[in-house]
Every structure is written in structure tokens, then in C-alpha cells.
Design a protein around this ligand. Structure first.
Ligand SMILES: CC(C)(COP(=O)(O)OP(=O)(O)OC[C@H]1O[C@@H](n2cnc3c(N)ncnc32)[C@H](O)[C@@H]1OP(=O)(O)O)[C@@H](O)C(=O)NCCC(=O)NCCS
Length: 254
């Protein structure tokens, strides 16, 4: 699989909001440099991913464990150990979105802590030093792990594909930006994860989304996913199942 995808998107009419125009820079008024970059667990990228995660999915159970935990454990240790993967989408060199995914969805949550308790504890300490509220996040995260352990509803075994989380900063999912650049970054991120799963012979990718997260549910529905009710860690959620075309590795629209 290509680790880095670099394309230059043409925009005929880049009449963007001032904030986006300045992010793109004057020299790129007719072109948007888009880069989708798989990360290797280095700390600079891990810090960027932690920032994106907190900005976009700050409500989730893992975000509650704080920036230190995200950067020094999730987006570094777990990637280096091969438990999960992540990619950053960049527009004109600026982070615009991210995706975290795994082909080990059945065991990911348990192995993450059981196999690396000292790294997890050290990263959590770093979080607590910066923000003591991170300690409260532990209960939420433990509840998630227990819930995943008794996850009989899905009856999954590895390899099993899951998009753990993803997101795009609002400026880059703005309708005007999408129209002007033709760039739908959310779809690129999902397709990036899918193009990793397809050569492994996986024909479906899963995701768990809060029932209240309507934009994300709309997004997956639009891609042709099936959506079922699901309770995870006591929270009303939806289980997303997105088919992967075995030949092309494309997500299949209805
Ligand atoms: C998930 C995400 C990447 C999708 O981005 P996107 O594809 O660029 O699209 P949007 O978020 O703008 O909206 C998706 C669809 O839901 C619709 N929508 C947006 N807000 C909505 C709302 N409050 N209620 C109902 N529909 C809504 C949009 O109109 C859009 O439909 P359209 O494509 O037909 O216009 C983006 O919503 C995001 O980053 N969310 C925050 C992070 C997050 O929650 N991630 C999921 C973690 S599991």
C-alpha cells in the first residue's frame, strides 16, 4: 500500500473564507496541495494527532485520558507496536484531519493496556500532571474496555477492520471549501484506511459512533454503510458496517 499520497487538487474558483485562504497561502490561490500521510509513531506526529483528536473527538472516552496519554501512548506506542495505524491529512502543509484504524479490532482495546501497562501508566501520569481531570477519564476508559470485552453482539475475531476514529477540521469540511477544491477529505481518510484493509482480504470495515453524532452517521450512510443500534459502555451508539469491494478496495456507494 502507498504510505503517502500526494496530489495537487485544482480549484477553478477558490473564493474561500479568509481563514481558509490564509491557511492555503497566496501562492496556492488556484491549487490546493493535499497530502495524506501515514504516521510511524514519532512524537511530533503523535502530538499533532493528539491535538486533532482533542479538537474533533474531545467528547470521547479516550480523549478523557488527556493529551499526554493520546500523544505518548495511543499515537506513538500503539502505532510502533503495530496495534493501530493512523494518518494525517494536510492541506497546504497544515493538518486538516486524521484517521485512526486497526485490523485488530477484536483484541485492540484489551491488548493496548494489558500488553503495555507501564507505558500506559507513564503516559497517563503525563496527562494528569498537565490536567488532573484526566484521572476521571480512567473510569470512562475502563468502562469502554469492559464493554468491548463482553461485546457478544458483534462476535468478532481478528483480523477485523475498524475505523477507531476520524475527523476533519470544520474549515476543511465547509461546503465552500469542498466545492472550490473538489476535496472531500472525510472520504479520502476512510478510503485510505480501506485501502489498507482490502489487501488483507477484509470485506467489511466497522465503526462505533454515538447515536447523537448525526453528521458522522449521515456520512457513513451516504457511503452505503449499514447502521444498527448498539450500546457501548452504557452509551447509545450505532454500529456501522461498511462493505469493501474485494477487487478494487473501494467503499461501495449504494
Ligand atoms: C465525521 C466527519 C469527518 C464528516 O465530515 P464531512 O463528510 O466533511 O461532512 P459534515 O460533517 O459536514 O456532514 C456530513 C453530512 O451530515 C450532514 N449534517 C451535518 N450536521 C448535521 C446535523 N447536525 N444533523 C444532521 N445532519 C447533519 C451534512 O449536511 C452532511 O451531509 P451532506 O454531505 O449531504 O451535505 C465530520 O463530521 C467530523 O469531523 N466530525 C467531528 C469528528 C467526529 O465526530 N468523528 C467521528 C468519530 S466516530
Amino acid at each position: 500500500m502507498k504510505q503517502t499520497e500526494t496530489v495537487v487538487e485544482r480549484a477553478n474558483d477558490l473564493n474561500l473564507q479568509p481563514s481558509i485562504s490564509s491557511a492555503l497561502g497566496d501562492g496556492l490561490s488556484k491549487q490546493v496541495a493535499f497530502n495524506l500521510r501515514e504516521v510511524d509513531g514519532n512524537l511530533d506526529d503523535a502530538a499533532t494527532l493528539a491535538r486533532l483528536h482533542l479538537a474533533l473527538v474531545g467528547y470521547g472516552p479516550v480523549a478523557g485520558l488527556g493529551k499526554g496519554f493520546l500523544a505518548h501512548f495511543c499515537y506513538s506506542k500503539l502505532i510502533v507496536e503495530g496495534l493501530m495505524r493512523a494518518a494525517i491529512a494536510e492541506v497546504a502543509g497544515e493538518p486538516a484531519g486524521f484517521v485512526a484504524y486497526t485490523a485488530r479490532a477484536a483484541t485492540f482495546h484489551q491488548k493496548a493496556i494489558r500488553n503495555y501497562p507501564f507505558s500506559a501508566a507513564r503516559a497517563l501520569c503525563l496527562s494528569v500532571v498537565t490536567d488532573p481531570r484526566a484521572i476521571l477519564g480512567v473510569l470512562k476508559a475502563l468502562r469502554l474496555m469492559v464493554s468491548r470485552q463482553s461485546d457478544t453482539e458483534r462476535m468478532i475475531a481478528d483480523p477485523c477492520a475498524e475505523i477507531l476514529t476520524f475527523g476533519v477540521l470544520p474549515a476543511y469540511r465547509d461546503r465552500e471549501f469542498v466545492r472550490a477544491t473538489g476535496l472531500k477529505i472525510s472520504e479520502r481518510l476512510v478510503q485510505h484506511a480501506v485501502s489498507y484493509f482490502q489487501p488483507l482480504g477484509l470485506t467489511e470495515v466497522q465503526a462505533v459512533v454515538y447515536a447523537t453524532n448525526r453528521p458522522t452517521l449521515m456520512f457513513y450512510r451516504m457511503l452505503g454503510a449499514s447502521i444498527d443500534s448498539f450500546v457501548q459502555a452504557g452509551i447509545q451508539s450505532r454500529l456501522i458496517r461498511l462493505p469493501i469491494a474485494p477487487e478494487t478496495g473501494a467503499v461501495t456507494r449504494p
